[in-house]
Design a binder for this molecule. Structure first.
Ligand code: GRF
Length: 214
């Protein structure tokens, strides 16, 4: 990502966001970094036609598309190939998963290798997958957190770009944890996208799992 990006730093990084739900992370990307010279969000895709994220994108004049798995005969690979073709056609350079509740297969990940990132509401590698906050509460942890990471073919297993922890020793409900985590997510995700746009994120040549952030 970083050397390719270094060659084209003079123009905005073309970013797509995939989201299934509320879209608060999409909204902070729109409000804080979209259209300010460094980053252009050119596409927002969803698996859910009713996702509020789509309305947020439309309000910002960003192209949207719904890719419901059922529309592709239930075939995940056909759906992912269609998403990849759409994003390639729009010249997308970075794909941001912001509350996207589908696993992505090789049809998309190989086309966008090293160029897909995700925000996860836990300190990976603890509590990957669905309901990370519920898993953490059930475990009884005292420290929660957020991870922004590259997406590989596992479930929340890709190399970590940014992480931040918060101590909530008495937390009992998902709501109170999410209140704290959203505030972190809304800082960390725009920071990660901005760093990538700056060409400041690169794999460590000496350690494939380690991501160097300048
Ligand atoms: C966030 O908590 C994110 O960590 C998780 O899904 C949630 C999306 O929230 N992957 P929103 O739709 O951006 O408000």
């Amino acid at each position: 990502m970083s050397s390719e990006r270094a060659a084209s730093l003079s123009r905005p990084l073309r970013v797509a966001v995939l989201a299934s739900g509320r879209g608060s992370n999409l909204q902070v990307l729109i409000d804080r970094i979209h259209g300010r010279g460094k980053v252009q969000i050119v596409a927002v895709g969803s698996d859910k036609p009713q996702a509020p994220a789509l309305a947020r994108a439309e309000a910002a004049g960003i192209e949207t598309h719904v890719f419901a798995t059922a529309d592709f005969g239930g075939g995940r690979s056909e759906r992912d190939a269609a998403i990849a073709a759409w994003l390639s056609g729009l010249g997308v350079e970075l794909v941001v998963l912001a509350g996207y509740m589908q696993l992505l297969g090789p049809e998309l990940l190989e086309r966008f290798s090293g160029r897909v990132i995700n925000v996860h509401p836990a300190l990976l590698p603890a509590f990957p997958g669905l309901d990370a906050v519920g898993q953490a509460l059930a475990y009884g942890v005292k420290v929660f957190g957020v991870t922004v990471h590259f997406v590989d073919d596992g479930v929340d297993t890709g190399p970590i770009i940014l992480q931040e922890a918060v101590a909530l020793p008495n937390a009992r409900t998902r709501e109170e944890v999410f209140d704290a985590l959203h505030e972190i997510e809304h800082r960390l995700l725009p920071r990660a996208v901005g760093l990538i746009a700056d060409g400041a994120v690169a794999p460590d040549p000496e350690h494939p799992r380690r991501v160097l952030v300048r």
